[in-house]
Design a protein around this ligand. Structure first.
Ligand SMILES: NC(=O)C1=CN([C@@H]2O[C@H](COP(=O)(O)OP(=O)(O)OC[C@H]3O[C@@H](n4cnc5c(N)ncnc54)[C@H](OP(=O)(O)O)[C@@H]3O)[C@@H](O)[C@H]2O)C=CC1
Ligand SMILES: O=C1O[C@H](COP(=O)(O)O)[C@@H](O)[C@H](O)[C@H]1O
Length: 510
């Protein structure tokens, strides 16, 4: 049964890239899967001048793109979907025209019986988030006397701890925290959620999930693309703000957290906040130098094609010191994780696109089988977030024959092996959750602030510290070799797909 109440989705920034590339396709898939409520209206809002018809045409074009993938979607079907879309042009001055917007919302509500249940999706430049919230509140559009009202806010949530706090206070002035949904699309990924299930629904992993058995944890987020058309935005952001502060620390919090009492939004988010607050903040220059490395991609030739260096990208300052590679080593100050190093890296223009978490277990206390292949190799649990979503366990097996020769073998599971492997796109999942009032996979204000608290000193050091280098790396390699200095002892980064002999069934597809 469809448990989604009748409602209206009001998208601010409806003429923008995110609406076109993510929101409309996600809505289309929900429509196709009959997950949208019976009475459902989308009202697009931005400054561009467009009629309902023109907006629908845009929607149809975007859905036609989907039609290639969804074979049974006829044009009629797509047009019926597009009929749910309306458009309101706010003109140049957002501040003055909310009266008109409120009237339009009310008319659509009356006509389509959306029960005065409204979601306001803010997909505009972040500087407008508070302004929009204020204007909505002045029109009474935050009032839940009749129907609920929710506001979805896109990243970035601030630029630093200070600006994040200011934004949270700004939003909370006009909407209650329970009405605010801060989207982090990594939380919508099936395999990120599977971290919780792997940990808390298997008795074989949780007893080992601590400093007694885990040697270190490694997280890699690599993209093969550069900054594409987003140079202007990215140059003011950099890898630490763009990926680490939000997506990667969200993953870290799911690995670090204690078992929640239950799977409710409140309990899971409480534990995540505690986890983020236990990250050891690096304060002095020596610690920051020893535990952080940043890099920037250089021009190169990949598969015979010349690719630009970061500083040559459109919108990027030719002398930019913005990092496209960030590697951070850190510790977690609590009972479970004391002295276990976490190594997290994120970068653009890597050899491939891959995100994975590797739990490296300690070697057995005593080596019974001398000269075995396992002596210099640990047991690993690899959680592949994307692509080839799945789990791989590396463990020792006896080589058949005389004596005890031990080799490392792979035990793997792929989502694609499941009979029902229709993995929902992250935006689809998150939109549906917000429509149903489930905030579990959305970030709470205190989570966002705790993440900034950890990241701020690194950003400050990279900006103002003495002798801070930014290392160049050729596009298409695994980052600057200088990042090896973070690793303790003889550890090496696991570069997925680099050693196919070791990774037979779990190699990365370019
Ligand atoms: N694109 C992406 O992949 C991702 C985007 N985001 C976030 O989503 C948000 C939107 O991003 P994206 O769609 O890429 O951005 P775009 O620049 O493509 O779109 C921005 C939208 O906001 C409107 N807008 C721009 N300036 C103003 C202004 N001064 N006053 C009122 N409206 C304005 C624009 O419409 P008009 O000019 O007609 O008013 C447009 O519809 C941003 O916060 C971004 O950080 C987050 C993750 C990924
Ligand atoms: O939020 C962002 O994420 C994308 C990577 O997302 P993925 O789902 O493709 O892994 C990244 O390219 C972008 O710079 C960042 O803003």
């Amino acid at each position: 049964m469809n448990k989604t109440a009748n409602q209206m989705l009001v998208i601010f920034g409806a003429s923008g890239d995110l609406t076109a590339r993510k929101l409309v396709p996600a809505l289309f898939n929900l429509y196709k899967a009959k997950q949208l409520p019976e009475n459902f209206v989308v009202l697009g809002v931005s400054r561009s001048n467009m009629t309902d018809g023109e907006f629908r045409k845009k929607v149809v074009q975007e859905s036609t793109y989907l039609k290639d993938k969804v074979k049974d979607a006829s044009l009629d079907f797509i047009n019926t979907f597009a009929d749910k879309f309306f458009y309101e042009d706010l003109g140049e001055d957002y501040n003055k025209v909310y009266n008109k917007l409120a009237t339009r919302i009310s008319d659509l509500n009356n006509k389509f019986s959306t029960g005065e249940n409204y979601i306001f999706y803010l997909s505009t430049p972040p500087s407008l988030y508070e302004v929009i919230a204020k204007n909505l509140s002045e029109q009474g559009l935050n009032n839940e006397t009749n129907g609920w009202k929710r506001i979805i806010v896109e990243k970035p949530f601030g630029y630093s701890l200070e600006t994040a706090k200011k934004l949270n206070i700004g939003l909370q002035t006009y909407f209650n925290e329970s009405q605010i949904y801060r989207i982090d699309h990594y939380l919508g990924k099936e395999t990120v959620q599977n971290l919780l299930v792997t940990r808390f629904s298997n008795s074989i992993f949780e007893p080992l999930w601590n400093r007694n058995y885990i040697h270190h944890i490694e997280i890699t987020n690599a993209e093969s693309v550069g900054v594409e058309k987003r140079g202007g935005y990215y140059d003011k952001s950099g890898a630490l703000r763009d990926m680490f502060q939000n997506h990667l620390l969200q993953i870290v919090s799911l690995i670090v957290m204690e078992p929640p009492i239950d799977a409710s939004a409140q309990e899971i988010r409480n534990e995540k906040v505690k986890a983020l607050k236990s990250l050891r903040i690096m304060r002095d220059e020596e610690t920051l130098y020893n535990n952080t490395v940043r890099g920037q991609y250089l021009a190169s030739v990949i598969d015979g094609k010349k690719v630009k260096g970061y500083r040559e990208e459109e919108g990027v300052d030719p002398n930019s010191k913005t990092e496209t590679y960030a590697a951070i080593k850190f510790f977690v100050d609590n009972w479970r994780w004391k002295d276990v190093p976490f190594y997290v890296r994120t970068a653009k223009r890597m050899p491939t696109k891959v995100t994975e978490v590797v739990i490296h277990f300690k070697s057995p206390h005593h080596q019974v089988f001398k000269n075995s292949d396992m002596n210099n190799k640990d047991n690993q649990l690899i959680i592949r977030i994307q692509p080839d979503e799945g789990i791989l366990i590396k463990f020792g097996v006896k080589v058949p024959g005389q004596g005890f020769t031990v080799e490392r073998a792979n035990l793997d599971f792929y989502y694609s092996n499941l009979a029902d492997n229709n993995v929902m796109d992250a935006y689809e999942r998150l939109l549906l959750d917000a429509m149903q009032g489930d905030a579990t996979l959305y970030a709470r204000a205190d989570e966002v602030e705790a993440a900034w608290e950890f990241v701020d000193p690194i950003l400050d050091y990279w900006k103002n510290g003495s002798d801070v280098n930014i290392y160049g790396y050729s596009s298409g390699v695994w980052g600057p070799t200088n990042s090896d200095r973070l690793l303790e002892g003889d550890l090496k980064w696991r570069n997925p797909g680099e050693n196919l002999a070791d990774d037979p069934g779990f190699c990365v597809i370019k």
